[in-house]
Design a binder for this molecule. Structure first.
Ligand code: MRU
Length: 374
Protein backbone atom coordinates (compact mmCIF):
# COMPACT_ATOMS: atom_id res chain seq x y z
CA UNK A 1 0.00 0.00 0.00
CA UNK A 2 1.42 3.34 -1.04
CA UNK A 3 4.96 2.13 -0.98
CA UNK A 4 6.65 0.56 -3.97
CA UNK A 5 10.09 1.88 -3.12
CA UNK A 6 12.33 2.23 -0.10
CA UNK A 7 13.17 5.84 0.72
CA UNK A 8 15.87 4.70 3.15
CA UNK A 9 17.31 1.31 4.02
CA UNK A 10 20.20 -0.03 6.05
CA UNK A 11 21.91 -2.94 4.34
CA UNK A 12 24.98 -4.57 5.89
CA UNK A 13 25.53 -1.48 8.01
CA UNK A 14 25.38 0.90 5.04
CA UNK A 15 22.70 3.60 4.73
CA UNK A 16 21.10 3.57 1.27
CA UNK A 17 18.67 6.29 0.16
CA UNK A 18 16.49 6.84 -2.87
CA UNK A 19 17.85 9.91 -4.69
CA UNK A 20 14.76 12.11 -5.00
CA UNK A 21 16.58 14.72 -7.08
CA UNK A 22 16.61 12.23 -9.99
CA UNK A 23 12.91 11.35 -9.87
CA UNK A 24 10.81 10.81 -11.89
CA UNK A 25 13.37 10.13 -14.63
CA UNK A 26 15.45 7.53 -12.78
CA UNK A 27 15.04 5.47 -9.62
CA UNK A 28 18.59 5.61 -8.30
CA UNK A 29 19.79 4.64 -4.82
CA UNK A 30 22.82 6.27 -3.17
CA UNK A 31 24.93 5.10 -0.25
CA UNK A 32 25.70 7.44 2.64
CA UNK A 33 29.06 6.35 4.03
CA UNK A 34 30.02 9.47 5.99
CA UNK A 35 28.35 12.17 8.10
CA UNK A 36 29.20 14.57 5.26
CA UNK A 37 27.22 12.39 2.84
CA UNK A 38 24.20 12.52 5.14
CA UNK A 39 24.48 16.31 5.52
CA UNK A 40 24.84 16.73 1.77
CA UNK A 41 21.88 14.45 0.96
CA UNK A 42 19.63 16.38 3.36
CA UNK A 43 20.86 19.77 2.10
CA UNK A 44 20.46 18.89 -1.60
CA UNK A 45 17.05 17.24 -1.06
CA UNK A 46 18.26 13.80 -2.11
CA UNK A 47 16.24 12.89 1.00
CA UNK A 48 13.56 15.45 1.85
CA UNK A 49 10.25 15.86 3.56
CA UNK A 50 10.21 16.53 7.30
CA UNK A 51 9.81 13.02 8.67
CA UNK A 52 12.21 11.36 6.24
CA UNK A 53 14.80 14.02 7.09
CA UNK A 54 14.33 13.08 10.77
CA UNK A 55 14.74 9.36 10.12
CA UNK A 56 17.82 9.99 7.98
CA UNK A 57 19.33 12.22 10.66
CA UNK A 58 18.79 9.48 13.26
CA UNK A 59 20.86 7.03 11.21
CA UNK A 60 23.27 9.88 10.42
CA UNK A 61 23.95 10.29 14.14
CA UNK A 62 24.67 6.57 14.43
CA UNK A 63 27.08 6.92 11.53
CA UNK A 64 28.62 9.96 13.22
CA UNK A 65 29.32 7.92 16.35
CA UNK A 66 30.78 5.16 14.19
CA UNK A 67 33.24 7.72 12.82
CA UNK A 68 34.05 9.03 16.29
CA UNK A 69 34.75 5.48 17.47
CA UNK A 70 36.63 4.36 14.38
CA UNK A 71 39.94 2.87 15.35
CA UNK A 72 38.71 1.86 18.82
CA UNK A 73 38.50 -1.87 19.35
CA UNK A 74 34.87 -2.98 19.37
CA UNK A 75 34.90 -4.88 22.65
CA UNK A 76 37.37 -2.82 24.67
CA UNK A 77 36.20 -1.14 27.88
CA UNK A 78 36.43 2.62 27.37
CA UNK A 79 38.20 4.79 29.95
CA UNK A 80 36.46 7.82 31.50
CA UNK A 81 38.81 10.26 29.69
CA UNK A 82 38.08 8.58 26.37
CA UNK A 83 34.34 8.98 26.98
CA UNK A 84 34.85 12.73 27.46
CA UNK A 85 36.70 12.98 24.13
CA UNK A 86 34.01 10.92 22.40
CA UNK A 87 31.33 13.16 23.89
CA UNK A 88 32.94 16.32 22.51
CA UNK A 89 33.48 14.87 19.06
CA UNK A 90 29.94 13.46 18.90
CA UNK A 91 28.41 16.82 19.88
CA UNK A 92 30.41 18.55 17.13
CA UNK A 93 29.02 16.14 14.56
CA UNK A 94 25.50 16.57 15.96
CA UNK A 95 25.76 20.35 15.50
CA UNK A 96 27.00 19.85 11.97
CA UNK A 97 24.16 17.49 10.98
CA UNK A 98 21.58 19.78 12.56
CA UNK A 99 22.82 22.66 10.38
CA UNK A 100 21.81 20.98 7.10
CA UNK A 101 18.33 22.57 6.97
CA UNK A 102 16.61 24.87 9.50
CA UNK A 103 12.83 24.64 9.08
CA UNK A 104 11.74 21.01 9.46
CA UNK A 105 11.80 20.39 13.21
CA UNK A 106 12.17 16.64 12.71
CA UNK A 107 15.87 17.16 11.91
CA UNK A 108 16.68 18.76 15.26
CA UNK A 109 14.19 16.43 16.98
CA UNK A 110 16.11 13.37 15.74
CA UNK A 111 19.53 14.87 16.48
CA UNK A 112 18.45 15.81 20.03
CA UNK A 113 16.89 12.42 20.60
CA UNK A 114 20.07 10.61 19.55
CA UNK A 115 22.11 12.91 21.80
CA UNK A 116 19.66 12.13 24.60
CA UNK A 117 20.29 8.41 24.18
CA UNK A 118 24.03 9.04 24.31
CA UNK A 119 23.60 11.13 27.47
CA UNK A 120 21.67 8.30 29.11
CA UNK A 121 24.55 5.94 28.29
CA UNK A 122 27.00 8.33 29.92
CA UNK A 123 24.73 8.80 32.95
CA UNK A 124 24.50 5.04 33.44
CA UNK A 125 28.30 4.90 33.82
CA UNK A 126 28.25 7.28 36.77
CA UNK A 127 24.83 6.49 38.21
CA UNK A 128 24.46 6.55 42.01
CA UNK A 129 21.57 4.16 41.64
CA UNK A 130 23.12 0.65 41.72
CA UNK A 131 20.19 -0.81 39.74
CA UNK A 132 20.98 1.52 36.77
CA UNK A 133 24.76 1.69 37.04
CA UNK A 134 26.90 -0.18 34.52
CA UNK A 135 30.61 -0.65 35.25
CA UNK A 136 31.91 0.15 31.77
CA UNK A 137 30.87 0.42 28.11
CA UNK A 138 32.42 -0.78 24.86
CA UNK A 139 32.25 0.89 21.40
CA UNK A 140 30.07 -1.96 20.18
CA UNK A 141 27.54 -1.40 22.98
CA UNK A 142 27.41 2.34 22.25
CA UNK A 143 26.80 1.74 18.56
CA UNK A 144 24.15 -0.91 19.25
CA UNK A 145 22.30 1.47 21.57
CA UNK A 146 22.40 4.33 19.05
CA UNK A 147 21.31 2.09 16.21
CA UNK A 148 18.38 0.94 18.34
CA UNK A 149 17.36 4.59 18.89
CA UNK A 150 17.62 5.41 15.18
CA UNK A 151 15.55 2.32 14.41
CA UNK A 152 12.94 3.49 16.95
CA UNK A 153 12.66 6.89 15.21
CA UNK A 154 12.20 5.03 11.93
CA UNK A 155 9.61 2.61 13.34
CA UNK A 156 7.66 5.48 14.92
CA UNK A 157 7.49 7.23 11.54
CA UNK A 158 6.16 4.04 9.97
CA UNK A 159 3.62 3.66 12.77
CA UNK A 160 2.44 7.27 12.64
CA UNK A 161 2.14 7.14 8.86
CA UNK A 162 -0.27 4.23 9.25
CA UNK A 163 -2.22 5.81 12.11
CA UNK A 164 -2.46 9.16 10.28
CA UNK A 165 -3.78 7.19 7.32
CA UNK A 166 -6.46 5.58 9.47
CA UNK A 167 -7.53 8.83 11.16
CA UNK A 168 -7.38 10.68 7.83
CA UNK A 169 -9.97 8.22 6.48
CA UNK A 170 -12.48 9.90 8.81
CA UNK A 171 -12.56 12.96 6.56
CA UNK A 172 -12.73 11.06 3.26
CA UNK A 173 -15.90 9.97 1.51
CA UNK A 174 -16.19 7.86 -1.64
CA UNK A 175 -15.72 9.88 -4.82
CA UNK A 176 -13.93 12.81 -3.17
CA UNK A 177 -11.16 14.78 -4.86
CA UNK A 178 -8.43 16.29 -2.75
CA UNK A 179 -5.80 18.87 -3.55
CA UNK A 180 -2.30 18.63 -2.14
CA UNK A 181 0.80 20.80 -2.31
CA UNK A 182 4.45 19.68 -2.39
CA UNK A 183 5.11 16.03 -1.53
CA UNK A 184 4.20 14.72 1.87
CA UNK A 185 3.46 11.18 0.76
CA UNK A 186 5.36 7.91 0.93
CA UNK A 187 8.43 9.66 -0.50
CA UNK A 188 8.56 11.97 2.52
CA UNK A 189 8.49 9.14 5.05
CA UNK A 190 9.39 5.49 5.58
CA UNK A 191 5.81 4.50 6.08
CA UNK A 192 2.85 3.58 3.97
CA UNK A 193 2.29 7.02 2.56
CA UNK A 194 2.62 10.01 4.88
CA UNK A 195 -0.41 12.22 4.28
CA UNK A 196 -1.34 10.18 1.22
CA UNK A 197 -1.73 7.03 3.35
CA UNK A 198 -5.45 7.82 3.81
CA UNK A 199 -5.88 8.07 0.04
CA UNK A 200 -4.13 4.73 -0.50
CA UNK A 201 -6.15 3.09 2.29
CA UNK A 202 -9.45 4.56 1.10
CA UNK A 203 -8.83 3.48 -2.47
CA UNK A 204 -8.06 -0.06 -1.33
CA UNK A 205 -11.60 -0.02 0.01
CA UNK A 206 -12.94 1.22 -3.31
CA UNK A 207 -13.42 4.93 -2.43
CA UNK A 208 -11.97 6.06 -5.77
CA UNK A 209 -10.36 9.18 -4.26
CA UNK A 210 -8.80 11.45 -6.90
CA UNK A 211 -5.98 13.91 -6.28
CA UNK A 212 -4.99 17.24 -7.79
CA UNK A 213 -1.29 17.89 -7.22
CA UNK A 214 0.13 21.41 -7.29
CA UNK A 215 3.40 21.28 -9.21
CA UNK A 216 5.07 23.26 -6.38
CA UNK A 217 7.54 25.76 -7.77
CA UNK A 218 10.47 26.07 -7.66
CA UNK A 219 11.62 22.50 -6.90
CA UNK A 220 8.56 20.79 -8.38
CA UNK A 221 8.02 18.27 -5.60
CA UNK A 222 4.38 18.04 -6.71
CA UNK A 223 5.15 17.34 -10.36
CA UNK A 224 8.23 15.19 -9.89
CA UNK A 225 7.35 13.33 -6.69
CA UNK A 226 3.65 13.45 -5.74
CA UNK A 227 2.48 12.82 -9.29
CA UNK A 228 5.08 10.04 -9.62
CA UNK A 229 4.17 8.20 -6.43
CA UNK A 230 0.41 8.53 -6.90
CA UNK A 231 0.61 7.36 -10.50
CA UNK A 232 2.83 4.44 -9.44
CA UNK A 233 0.19 3.51 -6.87
CA UNK A 234 -2.64 3.72 -9.42
CA UNK A 235 -4.29 6.81 -7.97
CA UNK A 236 -6.08 9.10 -10.43
CA UNK A 237 -3.86 12.19 -10.23
CA UNK A 238 -4.09 15.48 -12.12
CA UNK A 239 -1.15 17.86 -12.13
CA UNK A 240 -1.75 21.62 -12.08
CA UNK A 241 0.55 24.63 -11.92
CA UNK A 242 0.44 26.38 -8.56
CA UNK A 243 -1.41 29.36 -10.02
CA UNK A 244 -4.31 27.11 -11.13
CA UNK A 245 -5.43 26.18 -7.61
CA UNK A 246 -7.95 29.01 -7.43
CA UNK A 247 -9.52 27.99 -10.73
CA UNK A 248 -9.99 24.32 -9.83
CA UNK A 249 -11.43 25.32 -6.45
CA UNK A 250 -13.83 27.79 -8.02
CA UNK A 251 -14.89 25.16 -10.54
CA UNK A 252 -15.94 22.93 -7.64
CA UNK A 253 -13.39 20.26 -8.45
CA UNK A 254 -11.85 20.12 -4.94
CA UNK A 255 -13.58 18.68 -1.85
CA UNK A 256 -10.72 19.03 0.64
CA UNK A 257 -7.09 20.09 0.84
CA UNK A 258 -4.58 17.95 2.74
CA UNK A 259 -0.93 18.96 3.12
CA UNK A 260 2.03 17.93 5.25
CA UNK A 261 3.99 20.12 7.63
CA UNK A 262 7.61 20.90 8.47
CA UNK A 263 7.06 22.53 11.85
CA UNK A 264 3.89 23.40 13.72
CA UNK A 265 4.04 26.02 16.47
CA UNK A 266 2.20 25.63 19.78
CA UNK A 267 -0.69 27.82 18.55
CA UNK A 268 -1.22 25.73 15.39
CA UNK A 269 0.59 28.02 12.92
CA UNK A 270 2.25 25.68 10.46
CA UNK A 271 5.33 25.96 8.24
CA UNK A 272 5.17 23.95 5.04
CA UNK A 273 6.43 24.24 1.48
CA UNK A 274 6.23 27.74 0.02
CA UNK A 275 2.79 28.29 -1.47
CA UNK A 276 0.88 26.35 1.19
CA UNK A 277 -0.45 29.44 2.96
CA UNK A 278 -1.87 30.78 -0.31
CA UNK A 279 -3.70 27.50 -0.88
CA UNK A 280 -5.11 27.69 2.67
CA UNK A 281 -6.40 31.23 2.12
CA UNK A 282 -8.01 30.21 -1.17
CA UNK A 283 -9.62 27.17 0.47
CA UNK A 284 -11.20 29.42 3.11
CA UNK A 285 -12.53 31.74 0.40
CA UNK A 286 -14.14 28.81 -1.45
CA UNK A 287 -15.39 27.06 1.72
CA UNK A 288 -13.17 24.02 1.24
CA UNK A 289 -11.87 22.25 4.37
CA UNK A 290 -8.10 22.52 4.77
CA UNK A 291 -6.18 19.90 6.80
CA UNK A 292 -2.60 19.50 7.89
CA UNK A 293 -1.41 15.94 8.45
CA UNK A 294 1.67 15.44 10.60
CA UNK A 295 3.16 13.24 13.29
CA UNK A 296 3.25 14.82 16.76
CA UNK A 297 7.07 14.90 16.44
CA UNK A 298 6.50 17.80 13.99
CA UNK A 299 4.69 19.86 16.65
CA UNK A 300 7.20 22.13 18.35
CA UNK A 301 5.65 23.27 21.62
CA UNK A 302 8.75 25.37 22.31
CA UNK A 303 7.90 27.57 19.33
CA UNK A 304 5.03 29.83 20.37
CA UNK A 305 3.80 31.05 16.96
CA UNK A 306 4.66 30.84 13.28
CA UNK A 307 6.61 34.10 13.54
CA UNK A 308 9.25 32.22 15.54
CA UNK A 309 9.89 29.59 12.84
CA UNK A 310 13.11 30.01 10.88
CA UNK A 311 12.42 29.86 7.15
CA UNK A 312 15.09 28.36 4.93
CA UNK A 313 16.22 30.47 2.00
CA UNK A 314 17.64 28.57 -0.93
CA UNK A 315 19.81 29.19 -3.95
CA UNK A 316 18.41 31.74 -6.48
CA UNK A 317 19.36 29.35 -9.30
CA UNK A 318 16.44 27.13 -8.28
CA UNK A 319 14.15 29.93 -9.51
CA UNK A 320 16.07 31.23 -12.51
CA UNK A 321 17.58 28.19 -14.22
CA UNK A 322 16.99 24.84 -12.60
CA UNK A 323 14.75 22.68 -14.85
CA UNK A 324 15.07 25.13 -17.77
CA UNK A 325 17.11 24.33 -20.87
CA UNK A 326 18.35 27.90 -20.66
CA UNK A 327 18.22 30.60 -18.00
CA UNK A 328 14.76 32.18 -17.77
CA UNK A 329 15.64 35.44 -16.01
CA UNK A 330 18.05 38.27 -16.73
CA UNK A 331 21.54 37.78 -15.32
CA UNK A 332 22.11 39.56 -12.00
CA UNK A 333 18.36 39.92 -11.29
CA UNK A 334 17.44 39.97 -7.58
CA UNK A 335 15.82 36.70 -6.55
CA UNK A 336 14.12 35.84 -3.25
CA UNK A 337 13.68 32.11 -2.69
CA UNK A 338 12.12 31.25 0.69
CA UNK A 339 11.54 27.48 0.74
CA UNK A 340 8.62 27.51 3.20
CA UNK A 341 5.79 29.71 4.39
CA UNK A 342 3.62 29.75 7.49
CA UNK A 343 -0.10 29.10 7.36
CA UNK A 344 -1.97 30.94 10.08
CA UNK A 345 -3.89 28.52 12.34
CA UNK A 346 -7.14 30.35 11.58
CA UNK A 347 -7.20 28.73 8.12
CA UNK A 348 -6.78 25.16 9.41
CA UNK A 349 -9.93 23.02 9.66
CA UNK A 350 -8.19 20.16 11.44
CA UNK A 351 -4.80 18.57 12.13
CA UNK A 352 -4.52 14.86 11.41
CA UNK A 353 -1.98 13.19 13.74
CA UNK A 354 -1.15 9.62 14.74
CA UNK A 355 -3.11 10.30 17.96
CA UNK A 356 -6.27 11.50 16.23
CA UNK A 357 -7.60 14.62 14.52
CA UNK A 358 -7.12 17.86 16.47
CA UNK A 359 -9.67 20.65 15.97
CA UNK A 360 -9.63 24.30 17.09
CA UNK A 361 -9.01 25.93 19.48
CA UNK A 362 -5.43 24.79 18.85
CA UNK A 363 -3.88 26.67 21.77
CA UNK A 364 -6.05 24.46 23.99
CA UNK A 365 -6.15 21.20 22.03
CA UNK A 366 -2.52 20.93 20.89
CA UNK A 367 -1.16 21.02 24.46
CA UNK A 368 -3.73 18.34 25.33
CA UNK A 369 -2.59 15.96 22.59
CA UNK A 370 1.06 16.71 23.39
CA UNK A 371 0.48 15.95 27.07
CA UNK A 372 1.75 19.35 28.21
CA UNK A 373 -1.38 20.77 29.81
CA UNK A 374 -0.83 23.17 32.69
O1 MRU B 1 11.84 21.05 0.79
P1 MRU B 1 11.14 19.75 1.04
O2 MRU B 1 10.87 18.97 -0.20
O3 MRU B 1 11.85 18.94 2.12
O4 MRU B 1 9.73 20.18 1.65
C1 MRU B 1 8.84 19.18 2.05
C2 MRU B 1 7.55 19.69 2.52
O5 MRU B 1 7.32 20.88 2.61
C3 MRU B 1 6.55 18.67 2.98
O6 MRU B 1 5.26 19.08 2.69
C4 MRU B 1 6.70 18.49 4.49
O7 MRU B 1 8.01 18.19 4.81
C5 MRU B 1 5.79 17.49 5.05
S1 MRU B 1 6.30 15.85 4.63
C6 MRU B 1 6.28 14.91 6.02
Amino acid sequence: MGNMFNTIEIKDGVITVLDQTRLPREEVYLEARTTEDVWDYIKRLVVRGATLIGVTAGYGMWLAMKEVLSGAQENRELEAEEIMVIDMAFREKAKYLDSARPTAVNLSYAVKRMLGRWERIMDSLVSDDPSCAVPYITPLEILDALFEEAQAIRDEDEYSSKKKGEYGMEILKPGMTILTHCNAGALASVGCGGILASVYMANEQGYGIKVYADETRPLLQGARLTAWELHKNNVDVTLICDNMASTVMKQGKIDAVIVGCDRMAANGDAANKIGTSGVAILAKEYGIPFYFSLPTSTIDMKTATGDDIEIEERDPDEVTEKWYAERMAPECINVYNPAFDVTDHKYITGIITEKGIVYPPYDVNLPKIMGVEE
